[in-house]
Design a protein around this ligand. Structure first.
Ligand code: CTP
Ligand code: MG
Length: 233
């Protein structure tokens, strides 16, 4: 059975401070977006790809390596969560059922490996509403007194803290409902799991690779190039 994937790629990449959205910056001879798509598309369990792009985007049209038989472009929204919702709605409109498992993966994470996707897919056999790739926090974690003044209030026990990554995998109907409810409640939704948690669903943390970084700042681009080369070696 092939799973559809939604790839939000409608951001502006403000923190990258480049002349174009970061997904169109060059990485290993292609754009960052094309690298991410290639990594996702090569997993044998991935089927259709819904690519969420800004309606104002000026760069998408010049991409060359897209497989039009698998990739559908959908208009994105103001925040990541709105873009993801547009992608999920497109899947429903295409006839996917509510119980269909769906992956959501950031365009900005090109270093996703087949092995990590495999680990995430494996939880379909278990009693969870879905799961996310993540890895345990390693540094000592400090909580500040104020978000402006950099002085320490306390040290937060890190045993229970994980970094949330993508892909994240849920059932199409439950995830769509959770996001719509979270938006209606004004609940902060920075990833799919946060919407599912808000609904009381049980979400599995799947140990993933810390090299699956989100390219956010200029130095991340060099790091991603390094990891990609290492992956292909
Ligand atoms: N994204 C999206 N729609 C938005 C905002 C973000 O589809 N309205 C996508 C981005 O394109 C990216 C992913 O969500 O692939 C993760 O977001 P982030 O890393 O924050 O990217 P940007 O929002 O583009 O970067 P910044 O926050 O620095 O502006
Ligand atoms: Mg952002």
């Amino acid at each position: 059975e092939l799973l559809p994937v939604v790839i939000p790629a409608a951001g502006v990449g403000k923190r990258m401070q480049a002349d174009r959205p970061k997904q169109y910056l060059s990485l290993g001879g292609k754009t960052l977006l094309e690298q991410t798509l290639a990594q996702i598309a090569k997993h044998p369990s991935i089927g259709e790809i819904i690519l969420v792009i800004s309606p104002e985007d000026e760069y998408f049209g010049s991409l060359k390596t897209l497989d039009a038989s698998r990739v559908t472009r959908v208009d994105g929204g103001t925040e990541r969560v709105n873009s993801v919702l547009c992608g999920l709605q497109a899947l429903t409109n295409k006839g996917y059922q509510a119980d269909q498992w769906v992956l959501v993966h950031d365009a900005a994470r090109p270093c996703i490996t087949t092995a990590d996707i495999e680990s995430l897919l494996a939880i379909r056999e278990q009693a969870y509403a879905g799961g996310i790739l993540a890895f345990p926090v390693r540094d000592t974690m400090k909580q500040a007194r104020h978000n402006s003044g950099p002085s320490i209030d306390t040290t937060v026990p890190r045993e229970l803290l994980w970094h949330a990554l993508t892909p994240q995998m849920f059932r199409l109907g439950e995830l769509t409902q959770a996001i719509e409810q979270g938006l209606a409640d004004g609940h902060p939704i920075t990833d799919e799991a946060s919407a599912m948690e808000h609904m009381g669903h049980n979400v599995k943390l799947v140990n993933g690779s810390p090299t699956n970084i989100k390219v956010t700042t200029p130095s991340d681009l060099d790091l991603a190039a390094f990891y990609l080369t290492a992956m292909q070696a």
